[in-house]
Design a protein around this ligand. Sequence first.
Ligand code: NAD
Length: 389
Amino acid sequence: MTKNFDFLMPSVNFFGPGVIEKIGDRVNALNMRKPLIITDNFLAGVADGPVAQTLTSLKKAHVEYVLYTGVEPNPKIHNIQAAKKLYQENKCDSLITIGGGSAHDTGKGTGIILTNGDDITKLAGIETLKNPLPPLIAVNTTAGTGSELTRHCVITNQATHLKFVIVSWRNVPLVSFNDPMLQLDVPAALTAATGMDAFVQAIEPFVSTNGNAITDGLCLQAIKLIEGSLREAVANGHNIQARTDMVQAEMLAGMAFNNADLGYVHAMAHQLGGQYDAPHGVCCALLLPAVEQYNIVACPERFAKLAQAMGENTTGLSTRDAAELAIKAMRQMSRDVGIPSSIKAIGAKPEDFELMATNALKDGNAFSNPRKGTKADIIKLFQAAYDQE
Ligand code: NAD
């Protein structure tokens, strides 16, 4: 039976080529007087890139702002502390994040410690935030994590190598911008990694224990779009249709997992990301086939539907055989976009598997995985992702 659910997303998402021009007016409409802009050094330096275009619109609208350019991939606690300091020193009143998941999560994390207390590690978990964050607009530049739409904030504790998640409706940005033109120059490897993240974020909610008819529809449409556009976006980044399809797909997947949750791929990917500081999308892609092979027995009919959404011909096959085709299609997608074959490629070491398995089972994403595993099962899954050729 379908569980009760709260369907969460920003109040407005501006979508389409050129929409970034509207940001200045929207900032004024929201009465944001002095936003802290949160981005990274690279994006801040790109001529006519996402940051430059945002600033042009803000200047036209006479918006005063302060710039923080210290975002790192897999954002760390020290990033949000530095951004908070700048926010307070300059008496800012709101946040604008520009970038991929790392920028948005740095912005959410900054907002969290501005209004909910300094020690963010104590806030890990679900619905722990008592106070609202300052107004936050997310300008998204990867396709992608969906973080511009989601209630998740993923931060890494450098001291413990643990990536933890604060899940709260208060984290959902007020407004988000998804302008595909901002993504035309995303390099192929980054397009592949972020696209595989979106792919996993469409697959895991479809087999999660918390799905419903709305999230099922979002997942299947996201998968179809990714099947039809990710290879092309990697091969030819200036194909606007492929970029547009990937942006819509990552939004669909973001809405799906925001409301149906994820599974062991994400619970385990957070361990790889925290331990080896590896790109999140690559970690997810490397774990996907092994984890979903393990999950098939819990819901073979769901995997058969995934195979069809991935364009596999399942006519005349048993449900189990059709389900196997979904795993084959996942492996093929990873290979086609150039993801390495084994977690050896990101420096994973078997001696770390036990600790990572213990922590993966505590990650909030583990609770909605369709098959309930033991620590020994998770160690075997890390081993399978290590051994795969
Ligand atoms: P990212 O934000 O870490 O960015 C990776 C690199 O891409 C950066 O160096 C950045 O400068 C560059 N980049 C970004 N946009 C670009 C553009 N348009 N052109 C050229 N280069 C560009 O990558 P990501 O995959 O978007 O985010 C990963 C992070 O998001 C991880 O920490 C992951 O755990 C987290 N995440 C969060 C959620 C959520 O809902 N909050 C969901 C999934 C993942």
